[in-house]
Design a binder for this molecule. Structure first.
Ligand SMILES: Nc1ncnc2c1ncn2[C@@H]1O[C@H](COP(=O)(O)OP(=O)(O)OP(=O)(O)O)[C@@H](O)[C@H]1O
Length: 443
């Protein structure tokens, strides 16, 4: 019997420790709430979030020495400068810690708080503090107790066309790559930072969808060749890339012609019966398209750069989407890369070796994102800074998707692969009669 009670006690203790660890934000919430409220004035003063204000106050000041040897105390009302602390509401617990709403003081903006987020995190002893502003005059400070990206649980796949759930954001929300909202993406990262893993996640997510996948694998085909069953076309050298990019430009011009004849601004305004299949172009090792060993390659590089840029500039309306990955994406690769970057509104920056790649990927967005990208540790592959649809940036981590899983998806959905000959043959000038379209539009 003592053995049983002893075991039960050990079990109960283990469960209590586990529950405290797993649900610490809930368990420790009363202490946290009290502590945050009680220490807010000191924290705000330390982080420079207070403002000086003139107030009327009753003061006692030492006056003249009177003949009896005592000091006469002067009592009077006068204006003095006092520190005003922003008002905070009660902290509320959430999955990863807690959040508190702060009322901004006159003249303050949310960026004032974003700039001291790291100071706040140290003052509160938490992993990080993220700042958002749900409405004018308020900021929400979300304190994250432990890094939620150390382990990311898988989410169910997205059912929508051209939308893939590839991981989780630090906020706990799903990390979704939606090509119809953000058609062009640039993903940078050093070796072993998780770029291929993200491409695998995209292949697994897109394979069951009615889309054509096209690969440019400038690592000699070692990354994408296993996925050939689900790829409509694959280029593994720059010479092959030139031909495939020319095909894409011709395809784009054909679709442009089709839309013009139908009076549609993009392929999505066409009736489903004549709508061409969307094409997602995956480029691995972007820099290889731009690198020149000698001057004889100059024309080829210039041609590649121009055609890729044309695809990025005009492809969206005609159902051609782009996802480019690279280890180093610097302006030294030429103006073509800088112009391509400007077209890519989706940016993903994994751990990088050089500040220039981080600056090139995120630099024109937010300097704080840059700092966060440079701080990604090597032990967490797949962690990245993501800037996309809502104009904000987030820390995120992709789900772990092995090559075997992506290969399995490529074989499983091989029958959904439209042939490249079939796709490029969709030339309205030869096959499509606008009269058919009129009929379809009125149907
Ligand atoms: N989100 C993730 N979670 C867990 N492990 C990951 C994640 N992403 C990548 N990894 C692991 O990290 C390692 C490197 O990943 P990956 O091959 O995707 O890097 P990479 O940037 O493509 O490297 P390279 O440029 O050398 O090909 C792999 O072993 C992979 O399984």
């Amino acid at each position: 019997m003592p053995n049983l009670s002893h075991s039960l006690l050990v079990l109960a203790t283990a469960l209590a420790v586990l529950a405290t660890w797993r649900f610490w934000p809930m368990v420790g919430y009363p202490f946290t709430a009290l502590n945050v409220r009680a220490s807010w004035r000191r924290v705000a003063l330390g982080c420079g979030l207070t403002k000086k204000r003139a107030r009327w106050a009753f003061t006692l000041t030492p006056g003249a020495l009177v003949s009896t040897g005592t000091v006469k105390v002067r009592r009077r009302f006068r204006r003095i400068a006092v520190d005003t602390t922003p008002r905070i509401r009660l902290p509320l617990p959430n999955r990863h810690g807690w959040r508190v709403t702060v009322h901004l003081l006159e003249g303050q903006i949310p960026d004032d708080y974003a700039q001291v987020a790291e100071r706040l995190a140290h003052s509160w002893g938490v992993h990080a503090v993220r700042v958002s502003s749900p409405r004018p005059g308020r900021v929400v400070l979300a304190a994250i107790i432990r890094d939620p990206l150390m382990r990311v649980d898988r989410l169910p796949p997205s059912e929508e066309l051209l939308k893939v759930t590839v991981g989780r954001l630090e906020t706990g929300a799903p990390w979704v790559i939606d090509f119809r909202t953000v058609p062009h993406w640039l993903s940078a990262g050093a070796t072993q930072s998780g770029k291929s893993n993200l491409a695998n996640a995209l292949i697994v997510g897109l394979a069951p969808q009615p889309v054509a996948l096209v690969g440019f694998d400038l690592k000699g085909g070692v990354e994408f060749t296993p996925y050939t069953p689900r790829l409509s076309a694959l280029a593994t050298t720059r010479t092959e890339s030139v031909g495939l990019l020319d095909d894409l430009v011709t395809l784009m011009l054909n679709r442009m012609d089709l839309c013009r004849k139908a009076g549609a601004r993009n392929i999505w305004q066409l009736p489903p019966a004549v709508r061409p299949v969307p094409v997602v172009v995956l480029v691995d090792e972007l820099a290889e398209l731009y690198l020149m060993a000698d001057r004889s390659e100059k024309d080829e590089v210039a041609h590649t750069s121009t055609t890729l840029l044309r695809v990025a500039r005009l492809g969206r309306a005609f159902g051609i989407y782009l996802f480019c990955c690279g280890q180093r994406i610097g302006s030294d690769l030429g103006p073509g890369v800088t112009a391509l970057r400007a077209q890519c509104s989706g940016r993903i920056c994994h751990r990088v070796n050089d500040p220039e790649t981080a600056t090139m990927t995120l630099g024109d967005l937010d300097p704080a994102a840059l700092v966060s990208a440079r701080a990604i540790p090597a032990e967490t592959p797949g962690v990245a800074i993501v800037a996309s649809q809502d104009g904000q940036w987030y820390r995120a981590r992709s789900f772990h998707v092995s090559e075997a899983a992506a290969e399995h998806a490529a074989w499983m959905y091989a029958d959904l692969t439209p042939s490249w000959a079939e796709i490029t043959a969709h030339a309205p000038t030869t096959e499509f009669d606008p009269a058919d379209l009129d009929e379809l539009l009125t149907a």
